[in-house]
Unconditional design. Structure first.
Length: 127
């Protein structure tokens, strides 16, 4: 059995390192927190409005994956407004013969948020 004094000394020697690690973690979480409110809201919205029933995050299910959409339109400055309109009004032919039905339950503000979020998605790097 290890004496209590020995445990106290070991713990005391680890405290500065533990404190520094916690501080670094806190700084990292604070630095990454800028966009963290929007992404979870858009993800929640995509599930609540049924987007995930047809679209995958990376790959095609019924319609194209969000990362595929983001990749196709990554250099198109006007894509956000067009995509928001397609979300609400529907479309056909942009990705083959698949029909994107109207999503009238999605408000204009939600469509803009979803469009921005979808366009920010990128394929995962290959290893």
């Amino acid at each position: 059995m290890v004496p209590i004094d020995c445990l106290k000394k070991r713990l005391a020697s680890w405290m500065p390192l533990l404190g520094a690690a916690l501080l670094a973690l806190l700084c990292l979480l604070t630095a990454c927190g800028g966009d963290s409110q929007e992404v979870p809201e858009a993800m929640r919205l995509s599930r609540a409005r049924g987007c995930m029933a047809c679209h995958g995050m990376l790959h095609k299910q019924v319609g194209p994956g969000f990362a595929q959409i983001g990749e196709r339109y990554k250099d198109d400055a006007s894509a956000s407004a067009r995509l928001a309109n397609k979300i609400r009004a529907g479309s056909v032919g942009a990705w083959g013969r698949v029909i994107m039905p109207q999503q009238t339950q999605v408000t204009e503000a939600e469509a803009r948020l979803l469009a921005e979020w979808v366009l920010a998605q990128r394929p995962q790097p290959t290893r």
